[in-house]
Design a protein around this ligand. Structure first.
Ligand code: PAF
Length: 287
């Protein structure tokens, strides 16, 4: 596995691969890799001849009071995992390479349609940071395919829309969420939870499953049904010790609020356990 530490080596490597007829799949990450990331790499290997993974903790997508400084950086363990997972190259740019003029001077990419609600409402500027770094990484790597986890469902939609709106010639793929045996979605931020919070955290998935069952059993006949189910799920989260940020039932395709007769839906949750903000979601296909 190659370790590409400069844009020049990335470009030379990519050029040689493309010249030899190889296709390229790309998995952008912020490191601290877990089984969920390795699933993305596994999926990427089915899509293309070569797999490039990037590891970069992107300051632009963190708010002023968020965990940029404490975000876990575990490069050597990550490299071992990626080697075992069969990645062909790991690209680890520095902030000087990514934002040479500094963040405030940076041209940015914004996807206004779905960036300012749900997670975007409590994390202003977050999706601008995500869209900007992913667009930049796409321009650096120039992959045929890019792979993202469905755990960050809104992020996946933001990136799909950006790729469509900017006519980027890249196929965007979403991969199902990887879960611990008790149902908790794998996330680097789970490491912030203490033992009892870690046990409590599995309740998010239980609440999602209960809403999913109710929808499959009774259908979604009206927007009142949707609101009632969202409120019930919020109550269940509170009873389990969370401070819910939102529970929202949306259309899978564009994250528009669910309406009667929609069939492809997704229940999205963000909730705090202490200071840790956890997100999860579950797709529901009706009828
Ligand atoms: O999902 C992540 O890890 C990040 O948001 C991403 C896509 C690597 C952009 O920094």
């Amino acid at each position: 596995m190659l370790h590409l530490e400069s844009l020049e080596t990335l470009r030379t490597t990519r050029k040689a691969w493309v010249k030899s007829g190889a296709s390229i799949a790309f998995v952008p990450t912020m490191g601290n890799l877990h089984q969920g990331h390795l699933r993305l790499v596994e999926h990427a290997r089915t899509l293309a001849d070569k797999v490039i993974v990037s590891i970069y903790v992107n300051p632009m997508q963190f708010g002023a009071n968020e965990d940029l400084d404490s975000y876990p950086r575990t490069l050597s363990a990550d490299m071992e995992k990626l080697k075992a997972a069969g990645a062909d190259a790991v690209f680890t740019p520095t902030t000087e390479m990514v934002y040479p003029r500094g963040l405030s001077e940076q041209t940015f990419v914004e996807v206004p349609r779905i960036s300012n609600e749900l997670c975007g409402a409590s994390r202003p500027g977050h999706f601008r940071g995500v869209a900007t770094i992913v667009c930049k990484l796409f321009n650096m790597v120039q992959p045929d395919h890019a792979v993202f986890g469905k755990k960050d469902y809104q992020q996946l939609l933001v990136i799909r829309l950006m790729a469509e709106d900017l006519s980027l010639p890249i196929n965007i793929h979403g991969v199902n969420t990887e879960r611990a045996s008790d149902g908790l979605a794998l996330s680097s931020r789970n490491g912030y939870l203490n033992d009892s919070q870690r046990q409590q955290a599995a309740q998010i998935y239980a609440v999602l499953q209960s809403a999913q069952q109710a929808m499959l059993k009774h259908g979604v006949a009206s927007t009142e049904d949707v609101r009632r189910l969202e409120q019930e799920s919020q109550q269940q989260l509170k009873a389990a010790g969370f401070t819910p940020d939102y529970v929202s039932i949306r259309r899978q395709q564009d994250l528009a609020p669910a309406a009667a007769n929609d069939t492809a839906l997704v229940i999205l949750v963000a909730a705090y356990l202490g200071k840790t903000r956890l997100i999860d979601n579950l797709e529901v296909t009706l009828g």
